[in-house]
Design a binder for this molecule. Structure first.
Ligand SMILES: NC(=O)c1ccc[n+]([C@@H]2O[C@H](COP(=O)([O-])OP(=O)(O)OC[C@H]3O[C@@H](n4cnc5c(N)ncnc54)[C@H](OP(=O)(O)O)[C@@H]3O)[C@@H](O)[C@H]2O)c1
Length: 321
């Protein structure tokens, strides 16, 4: 089979295309397998070293005048499955996704920033560089906030390495810079205000309610992540399943719900404008993702051809959405 590899603009990526024959993979006992998309990715990698498989996105060309998303080639599938009529010739659109890093690397760096930056504002005399001289009174709420914050990001790092089972092995390197900018900047912005020498604590009762509620939500969030973990096999296989049990019986993205509520608890206890800004931004981001995840599950589990139907559930924030 000859595969013509073109860019989105139609330019040839590998001159003359790539020849893949049935003999590309010959297993013992003489059983021959047809080439898969994964074989094609390896062949591209062999021709152009920098394009390792996770850096490649292969799609079928869109027909002229046809709008919508192109079909993405799945590594495990046979190339022959994508040949419409002509089994000897296939045109594939190649996109370079750029340098890739593992998902755990991406998450580790984005969470390490806030974990390190926040205590700097608590422990070190940084405020003198902002023009505040003299002794700083540290209120109990500022100490609890430090523990709460560090617990949260430490938990996220542990979950990254020991709980989550990601379906995508890698993410573009550029996302490390983008996500770090988001988390590190917000971390510094909130830490600066909560630990500020002019900070005024709210009442004791509000502090207790805020931290207790937030902590319960953090534990619930951890439990949600355990439920999601058990939907996949240890190698990350298993695709997307209907999450069931605990809060997932009511809401599709219960992990985001509990994440949002735990930040609400932190903000009730600490009450700063930067903390509230972060809560609003994080809620908007997660709501956007939750809508996409809810749509995907409803599409996957449409109740047709023996597939189960996705149950009626809130998307992220019952009883509003
Ligand atoms: N504060 C913030 O701004 C903010 C923003 C986002 C997230 N977070 C926190 O970080 C956590 C992780 O975020 P995330 O966006 O990676 O969460 P996520 O995509 O909802 O889920 C975490 C893991 O579970 C898997 N998963 C989700 N739904 C599944 C299903 N139906 N079937 C099988 N596996 C499923 C995901 O797989 P895939 O690898 O396939 O996605 C991923 O590995 C969140 O729960 C939240 O606590 C915080």
């Amino acid at each position: 089979m000859k595969v013509n590899l073109v860019s989105r603009s139609g330019r040839e990526v590998v001159k003359g295309g790539i020849e893949l024959t049935d003999e590309f993979k010959v297993l013992f006992l003489g059983v021959r397998f047809q080439a898969t998309v994964s074989d094609l990715q390896e062949a591209i990698h062999a021709r152009i070293k920098k394009y390792y498989p996770s850096r490649q996105r292969l799609t079928l060309p869109l027909q002229a005048g046809c709008k919508g998303k192109p079909v993405v080639l799945i590594p495990k599938k046979k190339l022959a499955d994508y040949c419409d009529g002509n089994a000897n010739n296939l045109t594939v659109v190649f996109k370079d996704l750029g340098v890739q890093v593992s998902y755990s690397t991406l998450f580790f760096w984005e969470y390490l920033g806030p974990l390190v930056i926040y205590p700097v504002f608590y422990y070190f005399p940084v405020y003198k560089y902002f023009g505040y001289e003299g002794e700083r009174t540290i209120y109990p709420v500022q100490t609890y906030a430090l523990y709460y914050w560090c617990f949260h990001y430490f938990k996220r790092i542990l979950e990254t390495f020991f709980v989550h089972r990601f379906s995508h092995a890698t993410s573009p390197l550029s996302h490390v810079f983008r996500n770090c900018a988001y988390y590190w900047t917000f971390g510094a912005y909130i830490a600066y205000h909560v630990n500020h020498p002019l900070y005024t604590p709210v009442g004791d009762f509000q502090i207790k309610i805020g931290f207790t509620f937030g902590l319960i939500c953090q534990l619930a969030n951890f439990y949600c992540h355990l439920i999601l973990r058990n939907l996949r096999s240890p190698d990350g296989n298993g695709g997307y399943q209907i999450p069931r049990g605990f809060l997932f019986n009511i809401v599709t993205c219960a992990n985001y719900t509990t994440e949002i509520y735990q930040w609400l608890g932190f903000n009730m206890a600490t009450q700063t404008i930067p903390g509230c800004v972060f809560l609003v931004v994080a809620t908007l981001i997660m709501t956007n993702w939750a809508l996409a995840k809810h749509r995907r599950l409803k599409k996957l589990f449409d109740g047709k051809e023996g597939r189960p139907r996705y149950p009626r559930r809130w998307v992220i924030l019952p009883p509003f959405m």
